[in-house]
Design a binder for this molecule. Structure first.
Ligand code: G3P
Length: 222
C-alpha cells in the first residue's frame, strides 16, 4: 500500500520523505488555506520536493468549461500533478475529457460504491472515498473501501483507491488489510504509526538493564 501524505505543509512532507514514507501527496482547498500561501506556489513547491511522486491539487470551478480549463492549467504546473476533481456530473465529464489527453485525475468526495464505479468508468486514475467523514455520520467508512475494492477487482478496473479522510491508525491497518492501493494520511497519524506503548516500555527497560553493565563492558564501537 502506498502512503500519501494528506497535507499542504512543506515541513511535514519533507519529514515524511526523510522517513521514507511519502509515496505521494494529496492537498485539498482546506489544507491549502491553512498554509496561507499562493495555491500555485505551494503546489509547485510540493511537486518539486517529491518528484516524481504524484501530488493531487484540486480544480475549484463547478462548471464543466471552467473546471477543464483549470484542470489543464494545474496539470501544466508540474509533470507529477494529479488533478483532483469533485464527484459531480460535470466533474466526471471533465475526467473523461482530461483522461483522453493523458491528464491523471483523482475523483474526490466519493461516498458510495456507485460514485466510485462511475469515476472508474469515466477514466479516473484515482478515486478518493472519505472514510472518516462517513464514520462521522454513523456509517462505516472502511466497509465502503471493502466494497469498492471488490467491485474494482471484479471488473479489473485500473483506477486506484485512495483511502482518504483517514483519522486514526486503525483506518490505515484496515486499508492495508483490504488491499487498498493508497492511504492518504495526515502527518499526525503517520507519526502515530511508529508508536506502541510496549515498544516505548521495552526500550526503557533495555536501557535501564544496559546501565547495569560496567561502563568498560558497554562499548559498542571501537
Ligand atoms: O484530502 C481529503 C481528506 O483526506 C480530508 O480529510 O479529515 O477533512 O475529512 P478530512
Amino acid at each position: 500500500m502506498k502512503f500519501f501524505v494528506d497535507t499542504a505543509n512543506i515541513d511535514e512532507i519533507r519529514q515524511a520523505k526523510e522517513w521514507g514514507f511519502c509515496d505521494g501527496v494529496t492537498t485539498n482547498p482546506s489544507l491549502v488555506v491553512k498554509e496561507g500561501k499562493v495555491f500555485k506556489d505551494v503546489v509547485k513547491e510540493i511537486c518539486k520536493l517529491v518528484d516524481p511522486a504524484p501530488v493531487s491539487a484540486e480544480a475549484i470551478s463547478p462548471d464543466l468549461e471552467n473546471m477543464v480549463k483549470e484542470a489543464r492549467a494545474v496539470a501544466a504546473w508540474a509533470k507529477n500533478v494529479v488533478v483532483k476533481i469533485p464527484m459531480t456530473e460535470a466533474g466526471l465529464q471533465a475526467v473523461r475529457l482530461l483522461a483522453k489527453d493523458g491528464i491523471a485525475c483523482n475523483v474526490t468526495l466519493v461516498f458510495s460504491v456507485n460514485q466510485a464505479l462511475l469515476a472508474a468508468k469515466a477514466g479516473a486514475a484515482y478515486v478518493s472515498p472519505f472514510v472518516g467523514r462517513l464514520d462521522d455520520v454513523g456509517e462505516d467508512g472502511m466497509a465502503l473501501i471493502a466494497d469498492i475494492m471488490q467491485v474494482f477487482k471484479q471488473y479489473n478496473f485500473k483506477t486506484q483507491v485512495i483511502v482518504a479522510s483517514v483519522r486514526n491508525t486503525a483506518h490505515v491497518t484496515r486499508a492495508a488489510l483490504l488491499g487498498a492501493h493508497v492511504s492518504t494520511i495526515p502527518f499526525s497519524v503517520i507519526k502515530q504509526l511508529f508508536r506502541h506503548p510496549l515498544t516505548d516500555k521495552g526500550i526503557e527497560r533495555f536501557n535501564d538493564d544496559w546501565k547495569k553493565l560496567p561502563e568498560s563492558a558497554r562499548k559498542l564501537i571501537g
